[in-house]
Write a protein that binds this ligand. Structure first.
Ligand SMILES: [Zn+2]
Length: 142
């Protein structure tokens, strides 16, 4: 069963983290992600996170951050997904998952993607229109 992004709970944006660290100078904090309390400490090239795993046991691990310099002189962070290493803006911690992960690692799909798949059926419509055209043509030929 695919889980929808909208049902995965609160996500965690790297962009948000870089903003609050830049503005407040904070190097640690607490953040609710997907219904779980995640404690984070800014360390070398990333954060150490501490939160309960799917079974409720406390785990901690390192999540790498990469930095992008902005034209304004500021900076912006991106997560390196703990699962696949991809550079992403958002990490999720859906129910039943032990560690934070990107949308792909968590197997999340957007509701709109479902709509898009349903839209696949709509692709048949031009053929129906084509059939109608053929019908018209047959009618005109009579
Ligand atoms: Zn991933």
């Amino acid at each position: 069963m695919r889980l929808l992004v909208e049902d995965a709970g609160k996500p965690w944006f790297a962009g948000w983290l870089s903003r609050i660290c830049d503005l407040s100078g904070d190097d640690r904090g607490t953040r609710w992600v997907g219904g779980r309390r995640v404690r984070w400490y800014l360390g070398h090239a990333g954060v150490t996170v501490l939160h309960p795993d799917a079974a409720g046991a406390r785990i901690y691990y390192h999540v790498r951050l990469t930095e992008t310099r902005l034209p304004s002189g500021g900076f912006r962070w991106w997560w390196a997904c703990p699962g696949c290493g991809r550079r992403v803006d958002v990490l999720y911690l859906p129910l039943g998952r032990d560690r934070l992960g990107c949308r792909r690692c968590c197997g999340l799909v957007y509701r709109s993607q479902y709509a898009g798949r349903r839209g696949g059926r709509r692709r048949h419509r031009p053929r129906v229109e084509g059939d109608n055209m053929l019908g018209w043509w047959m009618w005109l030929k009579r």
